[in-house]
Ligand binder design. Sequence first.
Ligand code: GLY
Length: 377
Amino acid sequence: MEHISIYSGDRVISRVMVERTVAALEPCLERYQHVFTVMDANVAMNCPAAMQIAEIMNRKGAPGKLIDASEEDKSMDTVMDICGWMLDNGADRDALVLAVGGGITSDMVGFAASIYKRGVRFAYVPTTLLAQVDAAIGGKTGVNFERYKNMLGLVRQPEFTYVCPEVLESLPHREFVAGVAEMLKTFMIEDNGNYQKAVDVLSEMLQGYSILPPESAADYWTDCVSAYSEELLYLISEAVKVKAGVVSRDQYERGERRKLNLGHTFAHAIETLAQREERDISHGEAVAMGLVLAARLSDRVFRGDMDTPTALEGSVAIDLCDCGLYPECPFTIEQMAEIMAKDKKAEGGKVHFVLLNEIGDVTTYALTVDEVVKLLK
Ligand code: GLY
């Protein structure tokens, strides 16, 4: 098992355990006496590895709760429901709440645990690729509020995050691919040769899938994720190391952590617009679109490249397409501008955009939304 630590100064504040299968979760829980498990109901139904986790919890006598984990359910109501359940089950200050699910589950459970009795411990078993490389690492917790994503929340670190590719075998192909967008984003920020490795591995995995008829595609995909578990283990752990490093240097996003928002200012606007128009675009899919827009903005700001597409935009779009993503944004820049102006990260009328000097090297750059509209037209 690989242990990746997250630090505050010299102090370890959280650990990520990267392991091929769920079996090694049990020893990780040995030192916790009062564990409360909150699992995404959909994961409980569809992920055989989650059944193994449920068995481990049964052996520990840990109470369990299922939640619905959609963007619509990512609300204070669900957080209150989790807190009420903990209260009813006698959860005390020594409780550990274990979240099993994707990023929506970990965000809500982390938040509930952080406010319950002024804060109890929590840990995550992320069951999506997106949560394994991003959402469940770094301590951001929270819920949507009014029409805005993650508007209420706080940064508080899990005791540990247990990451294993085995749980991805039952993850639907579309959700897996959404996580690929966050993985590639991570390697665009810090490469170490992993960006191209990830594109090569993931496009090889996805090539076979795209030519299969739907009736055999799901089984193929499960086998494929299993067959590539060694490569996935490597790529996931490299992505976790990048994120752990950034969070260790800037836990509260005063500076460097902003880099992790590469493509995200656009992505959040895309998600808000998609929700308004009832279009089905997931976070990862929106991130892929945001990465292409960030590449275009970078070329225009740094290199005066006014081609359409710009050079970097073109190559990023091809990589994302090869990895099964469709990175063309269905909204106009003017539509996105209205939302970006209200971004919770905007300061003094300027938004911190993360721009690419090249793959593996990014810079934050403050621009007004009007400047961005002019540049991206
Ligand atoms: N998802 C970006 C961050 O954790 O900072």
